[in-house]
Ligand binder design. Structure first.
Ligand code: ADP
Length: 385
């Protein structure tokens, strides 16, 4: 019985009601016990003249008085007993009602959370759909939050599963190549020449880059980094990137131009992180632009932002691929991108970083062979900040 009470919220509510009723009865019975004799005598004394007129008996005899008192006391006790029984019934009905209202949804959430813990992430509890959030009581809001938490868990689990699938797929190709080449070397099918070793080394290098990219991606996706925001000038940012990539542009014979107005307002950004974004966009432009092509970096103010665009005369992007470019591992031409060491993560990381700066990033292209433009917008430094 005690363990039932301990384990069942409904029993606890019933017992609470019982205690309240019991205390009420005890208080009532005690006060009745103490007040009845004096109150009875006082009222009887007040009634004496009336009784005298009616009956002509004068003061009532002691026996009749005693009888009246005993009967009156019995009537009061009977009334009290009936009231106690009625209160008991009310307690049973009220606790059943409260249990239905409180315990049932709590129990539903308990069952749902157990199912989620067992891996059934699609489990939800019932919430009144025709009522707005503000109109729900605390339990309704708890159920709503519970469902939101379950949805997030389901989404995270989905992303995790997808990530594992994507990562294993990405790792498989270079690993198979390395393994195949090593077997070829061991069997003597492949010559033990510098080219063979260079080829294996390049694959291992790609593997290493992929792991580094993944580390970077998991860091930005989890938001486990701190932005060191400062007012920075776009021209210095562009200069750093063009200086870093200048040699590679020369080697590939692609011209690199920068057109940054001097009166451009400063933007509020983490120099390293935004430098990384621009480096990625300009690096991509170089990678996907054949020799003899041109890449230009421009910046212009627009509303409360500065738009930085990287335009190339490269291979371009078919329109249907544009919305997916910022999805991780997405590559328009897998083999081409892979050959260039691309893992399809760079733009995803760039998107996360730009959005962490309260900015936007987008891509445009008139179509294959007609070049592309990648742009991002950053908020300018205002006096309010
Ligand atoms: P990757 O490391 O493969 O370049 P990104 O995330 O940087 O990964 O880019 C995703 C895909 O977007 C690339 O594989 C490529 O197909 C396409 N892409 C990116 N930049 C350009 C560009 N300047 N011109 C054409 N395609 C591009």
């Amino acid at each position: 019985m005690l363990s039932q009470v301990r384990r069942r919220f409904g029993w606890k509510i019933f017992l609470t009601y019982m205690i309240v009723i019991l205390v009420g009865i005890v208080v009532l019975a005690t006060s009745v016990e103490f007040t009845i004799p004096t109150a009875f005598n006082r009222h009887m004394a007040g009634m004496s003249p009336m009784m005298e007129n009616v009956t002509g008996l004068g003061m009532m005899g002691g026996d009749i008085g005693m009888d009246l008192y005993t009967n009156f006391r019995a009537a009061v006790i009977e009334a009290l007993t009936r009231a106690a029984l009625a209160a008991l019934l009310a307690a049973v009905i009220a606790s059943l009602f409260v249990t239905r209202q409180v315990v049932a949804p709590v129990r539903a959430m308990m069952v749902a959370s157990q199912r989620i813990a067992e891996g059934h992430y699609d489990e939800r509890v019932r919430v009144m759909s025709d009522v707005s959030k503000a109109e729900l009581d605390e339990l309704g809001q708890l159920a709503l939050s519970f469902n939101q938490m379950a949805s997030r868990l389901e989404h995270t689990e989905e992303i995790r599963r997808q990530l594992i699938g994507d990562v294993s797929h990405e790792l498989r190709t270079p690993l198979t190549t390395i393994k195949g080449s090593m077997e070829g070397l061991m069997d003597g099918v492949l010559p033990a020449e510098v080219e063979t070793f260079q080829f294996i080394h390049a694959e291992a290098d790609r593997l290493q880059r992929l792991v580094e990219d993944l580390q970077e991606l998991s860091q930005v996706e989890a938001g486990s980094y701190v932005l060191d925001l400062h007012p920075i000038t776009v021209s210095s940012l562009v200069e750093t990137v063009t200086t870093r990539l200048g040699r590679q542009f020369e080697e590939k014979d692609v011209s690199l131009e920068a057109e940054i107005p001097t009166e451009l307002p400063a933007v509020l950004a983490d120099e390293d992180r935004i430098g990384q974004v621009l480096l990625n966009l300009v690096g991509n432009a170089l990678q996907y632009t054949p020799s003899g092509g041109r890449v230009s970096v421009k910046a212009q103010p627009k509303d409360d932002q500065v738009h930085i665009t990287v335009t190339d005369t490269g291979i371009g992007i078919p329109t249907e691929h544009l919305p997916n470019l910022f999805t991780r591992f997405y590559r328009v031409d897998k083999s081409r991108s892979r050959a260039g060491g691309g893992s399809g993560i760079g733009l995803t990381v760039a998107k996360h970083l730009v959005e962490a700066h309260s900015g936007q990033i987008w891509a445009e292209s008139p179509g294959p062979g007609q070049g592309s433009t990648f742009a991002f917008a950053l908020p300018v430094v205002t006096s309010r900040r």
